[in-house]
Write a protein that binds this ligand. Structure first.
Ligand SMILES: CC(C)(COP(=O)(O)OP(=O)(O)OC[C@H]1O[C@@H](n2cnc3c(N)ncnc32)[C@H](O)[C@@H]1OP(=O)(O)O)[C@@H](O)C(=O)NCCC(=O)NCCS
Length: 168
């Protein structure tokens, strides 16, 4: 098996990222707030702009050797909330799960957050449709600070979300 590399996704890899993100939103619709048609990664140009750092987001990828997983960080743009960074888009392809990629991506995202001047916490929202993710967050040190019933509705289903935080 080739070694897995976890690093920032490059602009030249925009196509692979767009495909992975579309797969995530289609494969696990109730795990994510976004829908394919109204996503930050709605087009190749939008993904390229994100990977050039124009949107304030940082995207990490797990390459095995193809892109098999991702985790994003988004810093609050308003000065009064700039001490908070949000984890978003955490996803590993089904065939690559259970091999530690998710854990490595999460650790890399936290390491990246620690390099951001003035950032003191990482936040995320996890739906009841993502129990593996929630367990991994809890084991990594995130704690639940809020519970939101009926947070997401999709295709006749409704799920609650937990809001979690990790103080750096
Ligand atoms: C959450 C997710 C990214 C984890 O990715 P992964 O590559 O399987 O994660 P890992 O292999 O690092 O496994 C992490 C832990 O979960 C456990 N695990 C993995 N798959 C599991 C499964 N199907 N059932 C139970 N535990 C599982 C592993 O044993 C590991 O435990 P450890 O830390 O004690 O060793 C992946 O399941 C996923 O993409 N889920 C769908 C999308 C989603 O829910 N995203 C989160 C949105 S908030």
């Amino acid at each position: 098996m080739s070694p897995t590399e976890v690093r920032r996704v490059r602009e030249s890899e925009a196509e692979a990222l767009l495909a992975l993100r579309r797969e995530a939103l289609t494969e696990a619709p109730l795990a994510f707030l976004a829908s394919p048609e109204s996503d930050v990664a709605v087009s190749l140009e939008a993904v390229r702009a994100m990977l050039r750092g124009e949107t304030g987001a940082v995207v990490l990828g797990a390459f095995a050797p193809e892109l098999a997983g991702m985790a994003g960080l988004y810093r609050e743009p308003q000065a009064k909330a700039a001490h908070k960074v949000n984890l978003w888009g955490f996803y590993v392809r089904p065939a690559a799960r259970g091999q530690g990629l998710g854990k490595r991506l999460l650790e890399a995202a936290l390491a990246q957050a620690r390099t951001m001047e003035g950032v003191t916490s990482v936040r995320l929202s996890v739906s009841a449709a993502a129990p593996e993710a929630k367990a991994l967050y809890a084991r990594t040190g995130f704690r639940v600070w809020g519970h939101e019933p009926d947070a997401l509705r999709h295709a006749g289903e409704t799920v609650a979300e937990d809001h979690m935080v990790l103080e750096l």
